[in-house]
Design a protein. Structure first.
Length: 363
C-alpha cells in the first residue's frame, strides 16, 4: 500500500519523521531500547569498534564514526563486508564488532559476522528485520523500527540506522565517561530535534524537484561534503546512480584538487553539502575552485551559508539552520529527494531499478 504516494520510495521518504520519532523514543526515553542498551551493551571494556556493512548501510556506519570518535572518544573502523571477510583482520576481546543491515540477510555481512564469532569481544547488529539471520546470530540485535521498506533504494532505513547509531554513541559516551550529565542532556536534546528537522527538509520538495529537472539533463554529477557530510555526499551519489542511472560520484571536498577537479567543466553539476559552521570556509574555497572552472554548483546549506557563498551558484537548496553533531541526518532528505525526482523526471523504475535486488543473499 503506497498510502496515496506514486511510489513506495516516496511513501518511505515521507514516513521518516514518524519512524524516526518512534526509534528515538525507544532508544532515548526510559523504555525497552534504552534499558536494553544499558543492560546489554557495556562500552567500558571496549577500546575499538569495527563496523561492517554493505552499500547504504555502510554509509550509515561511516557517518556514525564521526560521532563515536568525537562524542565517545572511541576509535571506529568502517569496513565493507565483502572486503572485511576475506582480509581476515585481527580482532580481540576488546573489539566490538557491529553489523548494520536493513534486511539482516546480506550474504557478505552475514559471513563477516561469522568470521567475528570467537574473535571479537561482542557481536552487535542493527537491523530492520528482527527475525533475520544477522539478528539471530548476534549477541545483541538492535531494531531500527523503520517498518517494512519496499523500495529497493534504501531511505527510511538509512535515517533510522543513523539515529540508532547516534543513540548508541551517546550511550558509549555515558559509559566511558567522556560526557557529563549536562552534555548528555544537551546532545540528547539535539538528537530529539531530528524528526522535526527532517519534516522541515521534506517541505523543500518543490525546490528540490526544480533542481532535479535540471540534473536529469546531465550525464554525470559530483557530490561533495566534509566531516559527516562526506558520507552523506556518498549516499547522495549512490542514490542518484541507483535509481536515475546518472553516473554520480561522492568525494570528500578536500580531495577535489587531488583528482576529480580534472572533470569540472560547464557540463558538470557539483552538489555541495555545506551548512554554516567551522568547516564552511574550507568548503567555500572548494566551491570557488569549481566555479572558477565554470562548474555548476548546487549548494545545499542554511541561510547563513548561502549568504556567505555569494554569487555564481547554479542552484541552491536552503535547509533550516541546525546546531550540533547530528545535523547531517536532515541533509539526507534532499539527497533522497534529488534522486527520486530526477528518476521520476527520467521515467525510470523508481521502486525496482534495473539489476538491483532488495536483499542481496548471494555474494
Ligand atoms: C542502497 C541499497 C543497498 C543496501 C545494501 C545493504 O539504496 O539499498 O546499497 O544498502 O545492499 O543491504 P542491507 O542493509 O539489507 O544489508
Amino acid at each position: 500500500d503506497k498510502a496515496g504516494h506514486r511510489h513506495f520510495m516516496a511513501k518511505e521518504i515521507a514516513e521518516q519523521p514518524e519512524v524516526l520519532s518512534h526509534a528515538l523514543t525507544y532508544y532515548l526515553d526510559p523504555c525497552d531500547g534504552r534499558r536494553q542498551l544499558e543492560a546489554e551493551l557495556d562500552f567500558s571494556g571496549i577500546d575499538r569498534i569495527v563496523m561492517v556493512a554493505c552499500g547504504t548501510a555502510s554509509l550509515a556506519c561511516f557517518v556514525s564514526k564521526y560521532w563515536f570518535e568525537q562524542i565517545a572518544g572511541l576509535p571506529v573502523e568502517v569496513d565493507i563486508a565483502s572486503e572485511f571477510r576475506y582480509r581476515e583482520p585481527p580482532l580481540n576481546a576488546r573489539t566490538l564488532a557491529l553489523f548494520v543491515s536493513q534486511s539482516g540477510e546480506t550474504a557478505d555481512t552475514l559471513a563477516a559476522l561469522r568470521y567475528c564469532r570467537g574473535r571479537a569481544g561482542k557481536i552487535v547488529s542493527i537491523v530492520n528485520a528482527a527475525e533475520s539471520s544477522i539478528a539471530r546470530e548476534s549477541d545483541l540485535a538492535l531494531p531500527i523500527l523503520a517498518g517494512p521498506e519496499i523500495g529497493v533504494a534504501s531511505t527510511k532505513a538509512f535515517s533510522c540506522q543513523l539515529v540508532v547509531l547516534a543513540a548508541m554513541a551517546l550511550q558509549a559516551a555515558r559509559q566511558t565517561g567522556t560526557i557529563d550529565a549536562g552534555e548528555d542532556s544537551r546532545l540528547s536534546g539535539l538528537l530529539r530535534q531530528v524528526p522535526g528537522q527532517v519534516s522541515a527538509a521534506l517541505a523543500l520538495a518543490p525546490r528540490v524537484q526544480a533542481v532535479s529537472a535540471q540534473l536529469a539533463r546531465h550525464a554525470d554529477v559530483l557530490f561533495l561534503g566534509r566531516g559527516p557530510f562526506y558520507p552523506i555526499a556518498l549516499e547522495g551519489a549512490l542514490k542518484l546512480k541507483e535509481i536515475s542511472y546518472i553516473h554520480a560520484e561522492g568525494y570528500a571536498a578536500g580531495e577535489l584538487k587531488h583528482g576529480p577537479i580534472a572533470l569540472i567543466d560547464e557540463e558538470m553539476p557539483v552538489v555541495v553539502l555545506a551548512p554554516s559552521g567551522p568547516l564552511f570556509d574550507k568548503v567555500l574555497s572548494n566551491i570557488q575552485e569549481v566555479l572558477a572552472r565554470a562548474g555548476k554548483v548546487v549548494l545545499v546549506s542554511d541561510a547563513e551559508g548561502l549568504a556567505a557563498a555569494g554569487e555564481g551558484l547554479w542552484q541552491t537548496i536552503e535547509m533550516p539552520a541546525i546546531e550540533g553533531p547530528f545535523a547531517a541526518i536532515a541533509y539526507v532528505v534532499p539527497m533522497q529527494q534529488l534522486a527520486y525526482h530526477t528518476a521520476v523526471e527520467k521515467g525510470t523504475d523508481v521502486d525496482q531499478p534495473r539489476n538491483l535486488a532488495k536483499s542481496v543473499t548471494v555474494e
